[in-house]
Design a binder for this molecule. Structure first.
Ligand SMILES: Cc1ncc(COP(=O)(O)O)c(C=O)c1O
Length: 457
């Protein structure tokens, strides 16, 4: 009898009461280097699966290759927006097959700019994914519009098109899907709804670099697709953002907006070169940001492939473990960015083992894991009640519409709350770029924790 068969038996024995019916799926633990996953868990003093092995660091920087490029831009003394920013934009739009790309200082401002330059305002409703954080909706609030939240599909974590349809009213003006964790939202269905009701769509693709649906990249479906290049992201610059669009007039307005409102294409008619033609901002990417981005972009496609190979491997292996269900890709979704490798935890299938205890045990084995966003839905955050108290909103809405308690009730998303309380996140960092043996360590950590549920409780 092979060691994995022994362990498999013990595993079934341990969990049989809690997992009846699950065992048929068949668990195939990896058992690298004669590891016995029935051993004492690291959290109880056993030897960690990972030993002292380190994960790849993130962000990555090949100093020998890239420092000369950085030195060049710094030595040139052209640090504000110039040819490197333009090159980055050309490459990013080229990679996505869109007409235009406009870079910004970060993803938050990409999203805000995208909404600022669409024709929305007081009295309009924008249907938003609730599984995100404040940065996704600032722009909607700046415009005086009302964010309305449609619940997520708990299996994909993405805004559920069926819930979107339920929230459509004559006031609806737009939709904000957020490709959260880097898994694609169901854009084909969302675009059908948008077309039917003549709605704007701004995609928050800040976590979803190169993720695809039927070979078409996210961020290219809606009026605008917004990206973040913050340091943790799959294309890390430290700070940086971009907006993709195929609409040239909209792009001209976005360009003008990001540059003091100065003339840009169809935004014209200035009397001097510093005439502000539209109410604007200054959110331009700097040359040194663009150089960092261009260096990172060199490896992005290859890294994306690797993350997807690792994601598919983990999906296949971890699917067999009761109580931890990898987040599903939509049918039609052809790749994810795996910015976060996400799972749903069901403690009932692990004999009542609390989620936090499970996470602590996995972490003790040397595998980084977190709960994900805390249970703090956007629709209940103080930001909204503060906005509702402003004269801007008070002049635009009735007292009933600005009743925060009622707003929270109307926008309550039960699947979101369940997800807050059951998600497991493994942030990609270097993790999703690891070797097959790194992935096997992850599986072995799960195997070990599953084998020791009774001891861990
Ligand atoms: C879903 C989402 N939206 C918006 C943002 C904002 O991007 P940034 O941090 O670049 O401003 C981020 C990243 O932090 C994000 O993850």
């Amino acid at each position: 009898m092979k060691s994995n068969e022994i362990s498999r038996r013990r595993f079934i024995g341990t969990l049989a009461a809690a997992t009846t019916g699950v065992v048929a799926s068949g668990i195939t633990p990896v058992f690298a280097n004669s590891l016995d996953t029935t051993d004492k868990p690291a959290i109880l003093g056993g030897t960690p699966v990972r030993g002292s092995k380190k994960w790849l660091q993130w962000p990555q920087w090949d100093a020998e290759k890239f420092n000369p490029k950085m030195n060049e831009v710094m030595g040139n003394r052209v640090w504000s927006r110039s040819k490197n920013v333009a090159e980055f934009e050309k490459k990013w739009s080229g990679m996505h097959g869109t007409k235009h790309c406009l870079t910004t200082v970060n993803g938050t401002n990409a999203l805000s700019a995208a909404w600022m330059q669409l024709d929305i305002g007081p009295g309009d409703e924008i249907i938003c994914s609730p599984y995100t954080f404040s940065a996704s909706i600032f722009g909607i609030l700046y415009k005086g519009a009302m964010p309305v939240f449609a619940d997520i599909d708990p299996e994909t974590f993405q805004i559920d098109p069926k819930q979107i349809e339920k929230k459509i009213t004559p006031k609806t003006k737009g939709i904000l899907p957020v490709h959260i964790c880097g898994y694609p939202s169901d854009m084909p269905t969302i675009m059908k709804i948008a077309k039917k009701h003549n709605l704007y769509v701004v995609e928050d693709a800040c976590q979803a670099h190169l993720a695809e649906i039927g070979g078409k990249k996210v961020g290219t479906f809606g009026n605008a697709g917004c990206f973040s290049f913050q340091a943790s992201k799959n294309l890390p610059i430290g700070e940086g953002g971009a907006i993709l669009t195929n609409d040239t007039e909209y792009y001209d307005r976005l360009y003008s907006y990001h540059n003091f409102g100065y003339a840009s294409g169809s935004v014209s008619g200035q009397i001097s070169s510093i005439s502000a033609l539209i109410l604007a901002n200054k959110i331009r990417m700097a040359e040194y940001q663009a150089v960092i981005g261009l260096c990172q972009m060199e490896k992005l496609e290859e890294q994306h492939k690797k993350r997807n190979e690792n994601g598919a491997y983990l999906n296949e292996k971890l699917a067999a473990y009761p109580g931890v269900t990898p987040v599903k890709l939509h049918k039609g979704a052809t790749s994810a960015s795996y910015y976060i490798y996400a799972m749903v935890y069901n403690q009932d299938k692990l004999d009542g083992l609390p989620r936090q205890r499970f996470i602590d045990a996995i972490r003790a084995e040397g595998v980084p894991m977190a709960t994900g966003y805390p249970n703090d839905p956007l629709y209940a955050q103080p930001m909204i009640s503060e906005v509702f108290k402003s004269d801007f909103y008070k002049n635009s809405y009735t007292a009933g519409e600005l009743d925060f308690e009622k707003y929270k009730e109307d926008n309550h998303c039960p699947e979101l709350i369940k997800t807050y309380n059951s998600s497991l996140w493994m942030w990609q960092g270097g993790l999703m770029l690891g070797s097959k043996s790194d992935m096997d360590d992850i599986i072995n950590a799960f195997d070990k924790v599953h084998n020791n549920v009774a001891k861990l409780k």
